[in-house]
Design a binder for this molecule. Structure first.
Ligand code: EPZ
Length: 416
């Protein structure tokens, strides 16, 4: 089991290059199932989840090749419509093959993803949407069995905003017979990036990024070349780390407009932020001010930044409330932060953080992807040494985090 060891107290300084967005790369890789041409992807992040998705697609017959940040995928020899449990259990995003498989092959057998640390993570909205488009679906022995001669356009109103449901059904609808309207759709930049890629492949999609997306089915999609949108959560994570250590950093290869809500909260906390077309500069002098956050669907404050921002509040001046409205169990990091000396009271989906003068290094355990990132930030600002265990969570979603942090002057290393 690999661990990270961090010695706190060094303000982060320098430049760091942001990678392509994990949550755009994963659905866009699944779009390769919709065509027998080649999909060429650039600015791809080097992540465990991307490797897992490549292996899953290859299992179905997609040919893939990787050259640095370029990944190409060809669905010409797609011959299996099954996503087995042992591949799905480590990466929930595997559910994103369901819609494309039913649309392209007329059938799919995908393992139910099961829950994860942050919640039960049901997929009922995905299933209901495909049924509305005419798919016959039953669940047996932990697998979703779906069949449809040809999907037909439908008007789907989402009970609640769901990112991967929006993506799954948008992909399925590109080859359906007729028009599909997705109402109360997710508006995340990764949804927009997927739509942009599908449109380059010949899909007819209007309204991505808004509440209602209209897709008019076409006979077939062709290959395309697409550059993955920058990762707004990796960007936010580095900015919070710089603010928490009183540092001064420049993020390159990113886009400030993707994380307005996070930049607003960091400014409220006392950070000085300037940005241009593809970079964001942050400097922080003195102790941060406590800032309350409430997570909600884009463009509001992202749930994937909740743990990181809570960590900033642990040493801020004052008390602040953090309300998590998306997932039912996304406070697993609270216990670990308390081990480092944080003062946090939790009541249901609300946490109140009372700022303390400083955290003290200790051994802590990562529980999920973004919680692990928050523990790294805590270690960077604690007095003394922090050891973070179970960092495989981190490698799923952050590209060589300790290497990038070391380039910013952090005293951090990976121990086997
Ligand atoms: C996506 O997950 C992201 N993952 C998550 O990022 C992110 O936290 C989440 O969206 C934010 O909403 C990817 O894009 C691969 P949802 P997703 O469907 O699509 C409920 C990370 O750290 N729901 O938007 O699975 C669900 O339980 C990950 O990169 C249903 O009830 O999330 C949740 O309460 C973590 N039924 C709410 O909707 C469904 O069928 C929003 O979930 C689907 C979801």
């Amino acid at each position: 089991m690999q661990k990270l060891t961090v010695r706190g107290g060094t303000p982060l300084r320098g430049e760091v290059r942001i990678s392509g967005a994990k949550n755009a790369a994963l659905p866009i890789m699944c779009a390769s199932l919709l065509t027998n041409d080649v999909l060429q992807l650039g600015n791809m992040p080097d992540l465990q989840d991307v490797t897992t998705m490549r292996k899953l697609l290859e299992h179905m017959g997609v040919k893939t090749s990787v050259r640095g940040e370029e990944v190409s995928l060809s669905g010409a020899h797609l011959d299996k419509s099954e996503a087995p449990y042992d591949m799905v259990k480590t990466m929930r995003a595997a559910i994103l093959v369901l819609g494309p498989l039913v649309a392209r092959l007329g059938e799919a057998r995908v393992s139910l993803p099961g829950g994860c640390a942050i919640g039960s993570r049901p997929v009922d909205i995905h299933i209901k949407g495909l049924q509305a488009m005419g798919a016959e679906i039953f669940i047996e022995h932990g697998y979703i069995h779906a069949q449809a001669k040809r999907l037909k356009g439908a008007h789907i109103l989402f009970d609640n905003v769901s990112v991967t449901s929006t993506e799954n059904l948008m992909m399925a609808a590109t080859l359906a017979d007729g028009v599909t309207v997705l109402e109360n759709a997710a508006r995340e930049p990764e949804v927009v990036d997927l739509a942009d890629c599908l449109i380059k492949m010949g899909a007819n999609i209007k309204g991505a990024g808004g509440h209602t997306i209209t897709i008019t089915g076409v006979q077939r999609l062709h290959g395309a070349t697409h550059h993955i949108v920058p990762d707004r959560i990796e960007s936010g994570t580095f900015l919070v780390a710089a603010a928490a250590t009183g540092g001064q950093v420049v993020l390159l290869n990113t886009q400030a407009s993707l994380l307005d809500s996070v930049l607003g909260k960091l400014t409220e906390a006392g950070a000085r932020i300037q940005s241009d077309a593809d970079s964001i500069r942050l400097s922080m002098h003195g102790r941060p001010k406590s800032v309350g956050i409430r997570t909600a669907p884009y463009p509001a404050f992202p749930t994937d930044m909740q743990a990181q921002f809570m960590t900033l509040n642990t040493i801020a001046d004052g008390s602040a409330m953090v309300v998590e409205t998306i997932f039912e169990n996304r406070f697993m990091h609270v216990q670990e932060l308390r081990r480092l000396g944080a003062r946090i009271d939790v009541e249901g989906n609300t946490a109140v953080i009372h700022g303390v003068d400083h955290l003290e290094g200790a051994t802590v355990m990562a529980t999920d992807l973004r919680a692990s990132a928050c523990l790294v930030i805590a270690g960077l600002m604690a007095q003394g040494d922090t050891v973070i265990d179970r960092i495989y969570h981190l490698d799923r979603g952050y590209e060589h985090l300790e290497v990038k942090l070391s380039q910013l002057g952090a005293n951090i290393s990976r121990i086997k």
